[in-house]
Design a binder for this molecule. Structure first.
Ligand code: ADP
Length: 541
């Protein structure tokens, strides 16, 4: 016997229609590249997204065509998310911080038909255009008044003109929920970037799951400021989950420095945010230097790379902001696990709770995970045994764009991360498999060593990489950026590890640098650091 419920495909457009109908007066506030603050409502956004869908059809876009974006977090970008995907096109967010050659490669691989971009990126697009083979229309995401008098781009279109020329008399179409909705490329630290193609169904299930109380806990009472860019795995789904719950959205545009963010948090009464650890380093330095407090900001998701426990402590103890440590990947839409306490943890002492919250957390329902050894044997969840982390679920890719070979092993996606899982299901990342330090057959977690260094009061940022060693193969080297105006000696830093970790795991040496290189998504660029210090001779050699 079959169930007798209505067959309604899960459509991305339905999120914005719902927001417009039930939370129509809720605001979306955006800092614009043009310099001012723009405000409108979900009702306005839905109408403009419909007009955009009409305009894209008029440009000749057909179902399945890709619409590329090079843009900051803002309302026009949000309209493209919904206007493109909602009308059956595929929204392709491109990370503008990638190397120009990578951007060119990605646009050509995705075969973008339309490229929409913020004013910031006009010079970049002018330079790249001769190499972009598929793009038929260039659209500058601004109004008529800010269009350039001259440009190398033939027939450059004005986004606001395109939208405002339409009447909005458009009905969102319904089609197969497994249709492609958007595409994101991995940053491709080795080889070419690879495209992860999301569907309407995967995006909606991810939005439902990520809004749950034990995940990001989003509600209509929230004011959400996604610091994580809309070009970094769809801002971790916040443009969708925000609309799903009807939360006010605050978009920071290109203004991501500590001062601008702090002022926006305060003026718009932000309650919830999300970003990679490096962003919080900047914001925390600013609030500390200026002895400021947050008046409405209550919680934040931190993920993308391991959040140092010292940062969790500072945010919680000094600023009363609770941190939700999260783990995921582009290939996972991206959310996999988040760290939240269970009922049985409520009575635990603060330190024991903290220890749990420092882990990468439990899976959200819908996601499934395991750890395995190199032969694929499933390893125990004892909190000690570490193994290769594999996942599966309806918002995990089964294939990369244009690649025939399957990345899956026995139906599971190998994440490339090494992790432990404790009996309560809390997962902790030990390392990325390629960053683990292999010392005399034993593995040392670079994340553990970085976390300890980050707790030293004079350390602004720390990275640990493997350095060649004639006897042990590899030994850890600590790379440190001291806090502005502070000094710390090598021996003092090494002594700081005493009692916190086994002696043989303590780094062999420390180097001080002014800056640690970051990837386009704000992660420490270990590959570059390893190249930079390839010739470094450890004192123990
Ligand atoms: P990109 O490098 O393109 O930003 P992803 O965002 O997909 O790629 O990176 C996913 C990887 O980031 C994970 O496989 C993991 O190694 C790392 N990562 C993400 N969140 C965390 C976290 N909370 N702790 C440790 N590592 C993390």
């Amino acid at each position: 016997m079959m169930g007798q419920m209505m067959q309604m495909p899960l459509m991305i457009s339905s999120l914005l229609v719902h927001a417009a109908r039930h939370n129509g007066d809720v605001e979306i506030v955006s800092k614009r590249v043009e310099g001012d603050l723009h405000r409108y409502t979900y009702r306005d956004a839905e109408l403009r997204a419909r007009k955009l869908a009409q305009a894209l059809a008029k440009l000749g876009c057909e179902p399945g065509d890709r619409v590329g974006t090079l843009a900051w977090n803002g309302y026009r970008h949000l309209e493209i998310y919904y206007g493109a995907s909602g009308s059956g096109l595929v929204c392709h967010t491109i990370n503008p911080r990638l190397f120009p050659e990578q951007i060119t490669w990605i646009v050509n691989d995705a075969e973008d038909q339309v490229l929409c971009f913020d004013l910031t990126f006009l010079p970049l697009v002018e330079k790249l255009a001769p190499h972009l083979h598929s793009v038929k229309h260039y659209v500058l995401m601004t109004d008529r008044a800010h269009m350039p008098a001259q440009t190398a781009l033939a027939d450059l279109k004005c986004y606001d003109d395109l939208v405002e020329a339409e009447n909005g008399d458009y009905a969102w179409p319904e089609f197969d929920e497994n249709t492609a909705s958007s595409i994101c490329y991995t940053s491709g630290t080795t080889g070419h970037p690879k495209g992860a193609v999301y569907s309407h169904r995967s995006t909606l299930l991810h939005a439902y799951a990520s809004a749950l109380p034990d995940a990001m806990d989003c509600s209509a009472k929230d004011v959400i400021l996604p610091v994580v860019p809309m070009f970094h795995v769809n801002a971790w789904g916040l443009p969708y989950s925000g609309a799903l719950v009807g939360a006010k959205l605050v978009m920071p545009g290109p203004h991501l420095d500590g001062k601008s963010l702090y002022e926006l948090f305060e003026s718009e009464k932000v309650t919830f945010s999300a970003g990679v650890p490096t962003v919080w380093l900047g914001l925390l330095t600013y609030v500390k230097q200026n002895k400021l407090k947050f008046s409405t900001f209550k919680r934040t998701v931190i993920g993308g790379s391991a959040c140092p426990p010292a940062m969790i402590r500072t945010l919680e103890d000094d600023y009363q902001v609770s941190v939700i440590h999260a783990w995921g990947m582009t290939e996972m839409s991206p959310l996999g696990t988040l760290s939240k306490l269970k009922a049985k943890h409520v009575e635990l002492p603060r330190d024991a709770q903290q220890h749990i919250l420092e882990k990468q957390g439990k899976v959200i329902y819908g996601m499934d995970m395991q750890i395995t050894d190199d032969d694929g044997r499933v390893l125990p969840w004892d909190g000690k045994t570490s193994g290769n982390l594999v996942v599966r679920g309806p918002w995990v890719i089964r294939q990369y764009f244009k690649r025939d070979d399957s990345p899956l092993h026995d139906g599971w996606f190998p994440t490339g991360d090494v992790a432990t899982i404790d009996p309560d299901g809390y997962m902790q990342i030990t390392d990325r498999s390629k960053d683990v330090i292999k010392s005399g057959g034993e593995w040392i977690s670079s994340i553990d060593l970085e976390n300890i260094a980050m707790a030293h009061p004079a350390v602004h940022e720390a990275a640990v990489i493997a350095c060649r060693h004639p006897k042990w193969d590899e030994r850890p080297l600590l790379v440190v950026v001291p806090k502005p105006g502070q000094q710390v000696a090598r021996d003092e830093l090494l002594a700081f590890y005493d009692g916190k970790i086994a002696k043989w795991q303590v780094p062999d040496d420390v180097v001080f640098v002014e800056e640690i290189p970051h990837t386009a998504t704000g992660k420490i660029q270990k590959l570059k650091l390893r190249e930079q210090f390839a010739q470094h001779v450890l004192p123990t050699c």
